[in-house]
Design a binder for this molecule. Structure first.
Ligand code: MOS
Length: 729
């Protein structure tokens, strides 16, 4: 497809609204008569709530009501078929499963009174003696529930015969999404109908889940989310804030705003779980993998079995005849984990790509070369050909751009002033998924176009790429294209998760736009105008107008509709994964090269440079796509060097429960980034060949940095985050 607009770096359609503060996020919404809620969280990690003394709270002027686990209307669970944050709704019973669990909610005239009221509540507990908070101890004691395992060939035997072998264990800590916008909502009831201004990555799923929770028909719930201040997986599924805003509103009969505070965000709205992963790799003399075993365990909560599927990527990324992978969980007194950007593969590749680097050292083969020798020619796990696989090209181009050939393989050999320089490489990868979408595109008498789909823009550029698609096909100016998303009542669209909105919806927009144009052409050839009786095929839409392919007269959308007294014509597009899914395996690939600088005198480690080459199919908007990868690389720096939620083993409370103690990268931590997106359309994934982008930018960053740290210092750090104290001495 020849394009004018697709692939160009167009400015964000919602950029002006955002920079002027006009974009309203969930709790920015103010309703007439709105009340405010504030939560009281459990201070203990395991036990029972025995009593709630709300005397002082209820005596505060402005307090409307107190809801708590011993005195709250029953809410329903969602069916297993529907993903939610926590299966157990708030206040289901008086059991306490983790510190930070919401036990009571104070509703008041103002936020300040609600917060003061929550502080005055006296909660009486019975604390259990048995508390599981010690992951290492649980692992030592073998409290692992196996959840998944698969294999091909004879991994154990092949390992024993290997020429070079690695057997190492890697760990990743609890990670917190740390979206700038907290989980929060404003909810109200219109008769029996529930309306929620929410912050969610999935308006459709959120409305289904709320319907189940409150026993309502789905048509009676409307979830709106026009702008989302960051999700990263933390807002994929329903969490308690939306439920509690709706429940409080039902009780007080007024709109209610409720938001977690930053501290609550660290305990009660999901996290990337802690993992421990054992990697055993063996290769022959030439560096071909002959055996790969990846066994992972992650921590989950008492109430939900969340699996962080770290080893899955290891079964596909490289070719290897003998593979076995397994997954297990350990129950603990923490909140329920949830997907966080690149779930599974991000911690999984920390282990695999670090282990490969160790294998390269063992084999005395360049780590780039080792990867090139093992690139998978087909997806051996699924036994399918790739739709396209540019992994090798990504590795070669990243290395070339970075200057890899200048690398002296000797540890600690590259120096500049007081700094030792280390260079590391890692592959990056993410499964390329599609889901289903229905889209309508209307061409209006005003000369504008309108796109409708119940998906949402979580900050990634969805408004922009959708409008770009219609602009491409109609030639209408960008400003004349209205994008209506972020409402569950629109035609059903996908979750903003798994990096799949663009790949899912763009083909449906194309179809809907073409049908709308076709409907307009039907009118144009039937009306008493310049195209009366023409063959539709001789006409096309250019610059927002119908005109003859041979030139001459043109007719605007408004003129055609005006002549028929119509307000608009519509086209509907539907897209869902088809039989191509049975014939090909879809995956995006890339490579990251990282440069670190270690100043032993100062105890300072910096990531100074990252070069990334990513293949994620056709790029729709160069700026918004690049923006995703820049953000992912910065997130990878955080994962490698800074981020960890530390729990106090005695109380189960995170001690790093704020943005001063839970370290995320700031501008001075950001490396110089050199990014290249290959922009090669995937021949099989759908009309434009666009695969997702975002998660693929993150998955291999931390191991590229870890491998660079080894090259600089000779220290192989297998537990994230890498700290300066790990490198000293
Ligand atoms: Mo992503 S973890 O699928 O929001």
């Amino acid at each position: 497809m020849d394009t004018n607009i697709i692939g160009r770096p167009l400015n964000r359609k919602d950029g002006h609204l955002k920079v002027t503060g006009a974009a309203l996020y969930a709790t920015d919404h103010q309703r007439e008569g709105q009340a405010y809620a504030c939560a009281a969280h459990s201070e203990i990690a395991s036990g029972e709530l025995l009593a709630v003394d709300a005397t002082a709270t209820l005596a505060l002027p402005g307090v409307l009501t107190v809801l708590h686990a011993l005195d709250a209307p029953k809410l329903f669970r969602c069916p297993e078929s529907l993903n939610v944050g926590e299966r157990r709704p708030p206040f289901e019973d008086n059991r306490i499963y983790y510190a930070g669990q919401i036990l009571a909610l104070v509703v008041a005239e103002s936020f300040e009174v609600a917060r003061h009221g929550a502080q005055l509540l006296e909660l009486k507990y019975k604390e259990d003696e048995q508390v599981s908070l010690d992951f290492e101890r649980d692992l030592r004691e073998g409290k692992i529930e196996q959840t998944d395992a698969s294999s091909r060939g004879q991994a154990a035997e092949a390992f024993d015969r290997g020429h070079a072998r690695i057997d190492a264990t890697y760990e990743t800590p609890v990670g917190i999404h740390c979206a700038m916008e907290l989980h929060g909502a404003v909810a109200w009831w219109e008769e029996e109908r529930l309306v929620v201004e929410d912050s969610t990555q999935w308006v459709v799923g959120q409305s289904k889940a709320l319907a189940n929770t409150f026993g309502l028909p789905e048509s009676d719930v409307e979830v709106r989310s026009r702008f989302v201040g960051g999700g990263f997986g933390g807002k994929l599924f329903l969490w308690s804030p939306s439920i509690l805003a709706a429940e409080a509103s039902r009780v007080v009969g007024r709109p209610v705003q409720f938001s977690l505070d930053r501290r609550g965000q660290f305990t009660s709205a999901g996290h990337r779980p802690r993992t421990r992963q054992r990697l055993r790799l063996a290769a022959d003399e030439d560096g071909h993998l002959v055996s790969l075993r990846h066994e992972a365990v992650n921590q989950t909560s008492q109430v939900d079995q969340y699996e962080e599927s770290c080893p899955d990527v290891s079964a596909s990324l490289y070719q290897c005849p003998n593979v076995s992978i397994s997954q297990g969980v350990v129950r603990s007194h923490v909140g329920t984990p949830t997907p966080m950007r690149g779930p599974g593969e991000t911690p999984g590749l920390w282990a695999l790509e670090s282990a490969l680097d160790e294998l390269a050292v063992e084999l005395k083969i360049d780590p780039l070369e080792l990867r090139l020798r093992n690139v998978a020619q087909r997806d051996e796990a699924k036994d399918l050909p790739w739709s396209i696989n540019l992994h090798e090209r990504c590795l070669r181009e990243a290395a070339a751009r970075f200057g890899w050939s200048q690398r002296n393989p000797e540890v600690g050999s590259m120096r500049e002033g007081s700094e030792v320089i280390g260079w590391g490489i890692a592959s990056t990868s993410w499964a390329a998924m599609r889901s289903s979408a229905t889209v309508t595109v209307d061409l209006l008498q005003s000369g504008k176009a309108r796109i409708s789909c119940a998906t949402q823009d979580i900050g990634t550029g969805t408004y922009t790429v959708f409008a770009q698609m219609v602009k491409e096909l109609t030639g209408l100016p960008f400003d004349s294209i209205e994008v209506r998303i972020g409402n569950s009542r629109l035609p059903t669209g996908p979750i903003s998760g798994g990096s799949m909105v663009t790949a899912t919806v763009v083909p449906a927009i194309a179809e809907a736009t073409e049908k709308a144009i076709d409907a307009l052409l039907d009118l144009a050839v039937a009306e008493d105008g310049p195209f009366a009786g023409s063959d539709k095929k001789s006409l096309r839409m250019v610059g927002g107008k119908l005109c003859s392919r041979s030139g001459g007269a043109s007719r605007s959308i408004g003129e055609v509709l005006e002549s028929k007294r119509l307000s608009f014509v519509s086209g509907k597009g539907e897209a869902s994964p088809g039989e191509e899914q049975e014939r090909y395996s879809f995956r995006s690939f890339g490579a990251h090269c990282a440069e670190v600088r270690w100043d032993a005198g100062l105890g300072r480690l910096r990531v100074s440079r990252v070069t990334s080459v990513i293949d994620s199919g056709r790029i729709i908007n160069l700026d918004t796509a690049s923006n995703q990868v820049y953000g992912a690389i910065v997130m990878g720096v955080g994962m490698a060097l800074l981020e960890e939620s530390v729990y106090d083993k005695r109380t189960g409370r995170p001690v790093t429960d704020n943005l001063a103690d839970y370290l995320v990268p700031v501008m001075t931590d950001c490396p110089e980034i050199d990014l290249s997106l290959l922009n090669v359309p995937d021949p099989h994934i759908g009309k434009l060949g666009a695969r997702g982008i975002g998660e693929v930018g993150l998955t291999g960053v931390a191991p590229a940095i870890g491998n660079a740290v080894y090259h600089a210092t000779g220290k192989r750090i297998r537990t994230l985050p890498i700290r300066m104290e790990d490198l000293m001495g």
